[in-house]
Design a protein around this ligand. Sequence first.
Ligand SMILES: Nc1ncnc2c1ncn2[C@@H]1O[C@H](COP(=O)(O)OP(=O)(O)OP(=O)(O)O)[C@@H](O)[C@H]1O
Length: 375
Amino acid sequence: MGPHPAVAAIRLAVRRTLTDLAAEAGTTFTAPVREPRERPAGAPLVGAAVGTTLIGNAARHPSGLPRTPAAPGSPLVLVAVSGGADSMALAIAAAFEAPKIGLRVGAVTVDHGLQPGSADRAAQVAERLRSLGLDPVEVVPVRVGRSGGPEAAARDARYAALDEAAERHGAIAVLLGHTRDDQAETVLLGLARGSGSRSLAGMPAQKGRYRRPLLELDRAATRQACSAQAIPVWDDPHNCDPAYTRSRVRHEVLPVLEKHLGGGVVEALARTARLFRDDADALDQWASLAERDLRTGEGALDAVKLAELPPAVRRRVLRRAALRAGCPAGDLFARHLEAVDLLVTGWRGQGPLHLPGGVEATRRCGTLVFRRQGD
Ligand SMILES: Nc1ncnc2c1ncn2[C@@H]1O[C@H](COP(=O)(O)OP(=O)(O)OP(=O)(O)O)[C@@H](O)[C@H]1O
């Protein structure tokens, strides 16, 4: 009998991501080979060539996972595991697929230290992952700061810890367990904030070292996969805490939308994200070309030609120029760009404008100049 359909779907999605990663890393893909019958005592369980995987008669974990990892020195992929159903299902699928592709797979669990007993829980998750054959597995305790609200502060601390662990282990990628439901929540939160198309594009399947193999799958599939494989999961109480915006969207807003707008809202929102991603990419490309055309010197743009651009492109050009001059991306908001835009489209001799990061925007003789004070 084959695996449960949810298990099969998750493995397939993970296999695709890992295959891409292996190709990028230049790993030799070798069909699984059998372990030699006579293995000298103490000889390692590895094939002759890097990337060769031995799964033949190697010992198997009761879950059906091959115990034999890819050869030491093979490229390492880390899975970010909270212990919830999404990341546990992802981790177990990665542990199943990675050795077949010549990759090693490990895991990192970040202990945010926000609840009593969080360290014990993280240690239990790590132990479970080790028993499933992931190696290395580590728990990284972090201190969550206060800036930008509790969710943003925890996220910042988590990604800093994941980045650091990836660097330290020389991992080629970090896998995250976001699903289509997370994507739908992200789009809805962006809409409610009045965001532009880049934000409504939601989370990308790939950004830098991060990959999200489950972005096209439902959260329900990860729960089914864990229960079909008898993997205990931990439900983060924050995920159900109405004090958190995302939790309210998940448990109150989306169910109401599903009820009143008909089923398929989650899928539709995820599709919206894909469409916005294409639009945002196209506008970014246009803005990059326009910026090159309009540049008249270091930090200087032709304001008259800028005014002829469609607003969506113009705003992007202005943002790029402000960032280039030294504005920190996280501090540059729509209101700043609207004020700069008025130097272009509503010029009445105003300015200079003071932007975050000590950057000044001034209009002089038909030219818009971005300069960091003191430069
Ligand atoms: N404490 C953590 N340690 C390591 N990775 C984490 C941690 N929390 C979240 N992640 C990663 O970020 C992804 C998204 O987490 P988030 O909390 O937004 O969603 P979730 O639906 O609760 O996910 P999960 O069911 O895996 O807990 C997780 O799937 C996991 O890959």
